[in-house]
Ligand binder design. Sequence first.
Ligand SMILES: Cc1ncc(COP(=O)(O)O)c(C=O)c1O
Ligand SMILES: N[C@@H](CCOP(=O)(O)O)C(=O)O
Length: 460
Amino acid sequence: MRYISTRGQAPVLGFEDTMLTGLARDGGLYVPEALPTLSKGDIAALAGLPYEEVAVRVMAPFVAEAYDETTFGDLVEKAYAGFGHDARAPLVQLGANHYLLELFHGPTLAFKDFAMQLIGQMFQHTLARRGERVTIVGATSGDTGSAAIEAFRGLEAVDVFILYPHGRVSEVQRRQMTTPDEANVHALAISGHFDDAQARVKDMFNDFDFRDRVALAGVNSINFARVLAQVVYYFTAATALGAPHREVSFTVPTGNFGDIFAGHIAKRMGLPINKLVVATNQNDILHRCLTTGEYRTGRVAPSISPSMDIQVSSNFERALHLAYGGDGAAIAQLMEELKSGGFTVSQGALQALQEVYASGAASEAETSAAITDMLSRTGELLCPHTAVGTHVAEAYLGDTPMVILATAHPAKFPDAVEAATGIRPPLPPRMADLFDRPERITPVDNDLHAIEAIIEERRA
Ligand SMILES: Cc1ncc(COP(=O)(O)O)c(C=O)c1O
Ligand SMILES: N[C@@H](CCOP(=O)(O)O)C(=O)O
C-alpha cells in the first residue's frame, strides 16, 4: 500500500517510511492512497475473535509490505500482553442500545495505549532491522505523552522528547511523564497550551536541517500508524453488537480528531457505522465547524477535560482531505488560511462531512452533571472526557446501538471526578506509588530554537 500526503506535494511512501517519517515534507499528513475494504463475510468472521486476531486481520492490508503475518502477529501479541483486561476493549451496557467501550485498561489508563504499545513494537522491530536510530518528538495535552514515554522507555534505538503544556495537565498525567528515570525519555514543560506544543512539533518537522540531523520521528496522530491501530476497536465493538448485519453508531470524545477519524476509516473499510458523533468540551471549534462550515480558532479555555483543550485539531485535515475528494491543493490552501485564523469549508465538502459526522458540545457544568448522573443511574464512574461523550450522545440515542468511547480511566482525573461525585477514584495497585516517585521536570520556553537546543544537547 502507498501513502500520500493530504497536501499532495510530498514523496509517496510505503508503510514503514510513513511510520518513521511523521509529518509529510509538504506539511501535510500521510493517508493511504486507497483504502482496502473488507467483505461482509470478512467482517462477520471477526465476531467473537480475540482482540489480537481482529487487530491482525484489520491492519494486515495496511502493513503487509512491511511485516509478514507471523512477525506482525508477534508484535501485536506483545503490544497487548500488558493490558489489564482479557477483552482489551470491553463493552459495558448502560441501557437499551447504549454502551460504553472501555479503552482504559492499558498501562497508562487511556486509549492512547492501544496505538502506542503497538507502534513501540513496530518502531523497535523496524529500526533494529534497518540499523537506524531516531529522535521522537511529541506534543501532548496529557495522555499521548504518558503513553509514548511508557511505550518507548529504555528502548535502544530511540530518544523521546514530549512537550506538555506547563500546569495544564492533571497531576497523574504529569507524574506519568516525569517519573520514569530511563535516560532516553524526556518530558519538557513548555509555557503555553497544547496548540503551542503541537505547533512547535510541526515547526521542528518543517525545519529540514534539524529534522534530518536528528532523524526526527513523530508519535502523535500525525503518524498514520497511530490512527490505524485505533481502527481495530471499532470492529471489535461493532461486530459484538451485530455488525455487519446491523448498523452501529459511535460517540467519540474529541480533540485532535485522531480517534474519531479512525472510525471514519473503519466505515470506509465497510463497517456499517451509522453516525460518528464528535463530542467536544467547551473548546468546541469542531462542533461549530461541522454545524456551520466555519473553522475559526480562538482562545483555548482550560476545562475539566484537559486532554481535549484543543483548537487546532490536527487530524481534521485528514477528514477534509476525504471531504474534498483528495484535492491536495485545496487542502494546502485551507491550511494556509488557517495560519491567519481560520477558513470556510465549501458547501460540497461540508455536506460530505455531515454525511459521516454529527456533533455536539458539553459545557463544564454539563460534563460534571454527566459524571454524577451516570454514577447514580448505572454505578459507572466516568472520566470527564468520557462524560463529555455520554452527555453529547444523549441527543443521538435511538434504535441504532450507540457506543460511547470511554477514553480514560477516572483515576487520571481524580479532582474532577471527586468534585462531581464525592468519590476519589484510586489508581490501580501497580501505580499506587506514583505520588512517591521523584519527578524530573524540565521547563522550557515556547520557542523553537530553545526546544531544538535541548533536544540536540540531550539526545544520545
Ligand atoms: C482522555 C482523552 N479523551 C479524548 C481525547 C481526544 O482524542 P483525539 O485527540 O483523538 O480526538 C484525548 C486526547 O487525545 C484524550 O486524552
Ligand atoms: N489529547 C492528546 C492530544 C494529542 O493527540 P494525538 O492523538 O495527536 O497524539 C493528548 O493526550 O496528548
